[in-house]
Design a binder for this molecule. Sequence first.
Ligand code: FES
Ligand code: FES
Length: 152
Amino acid sequence: MEIRLRLNGQDIALDVAPDETLQHALRWTAGIESARSTCGIGVCGACAVLVDGRVMSSCLILAPLADGRAIETVEALPEDDPVIAAFVAETAFQCSYCTPGFVIAVKALLADDPDPNEATIRERLSGNLCRCGSYDAIVAATQRAARAARRT
Ligand code: FES
Ligand code: FES
C-alpha cells in the first residue's frame, strides 16, 4: 500500500506493507540510515524520529499509521546544528550507534525546555540507551547545546 509523508521537508510517497514498521520503511525504503533498529520493542531509542514534532520510537509505529504525518530525522539537520556541534565538542559518543536517536531526543527536549537542569535531561533522555556508557558526556552536550541556543 502507498502512504504519503512529509519527510525532512519533502513530500514523498512510500510503498509499505501493512505490518511494516515506520523504522523499517524509513531505513530500507526511504534510505534514512539514522532510523536504526536495535531492540525493536521501544526500549532503546535508536530508532527515534520526530513525528509531527514529537519524539517517537519509529519501531513502535506501523508505517501505514504514519500516513499524512511529518517526519524529521537527523538527516534534515544542518551541519552547524547546535546539538550536533555540542555532541562533537563533548565527544558524546564512542561507537555512535545511539547518537542519531539521542540527537533527536535532545532536539525535542530543548524545544520544550530551553534551559533544562541535569535531572530533567536525564529523565527526558531515559528512553535512549547508550551501550558505550557515554551518558555523562551526553548530558554535558545537552547543556552545551542549550547554552548555545540561548545565545542565538
Ligand atoms: S529499536 Fe526502536 S526503541 Fe529500540
Ligand atoms: S556511543 Fe555506542 S551505543 Fe552510544
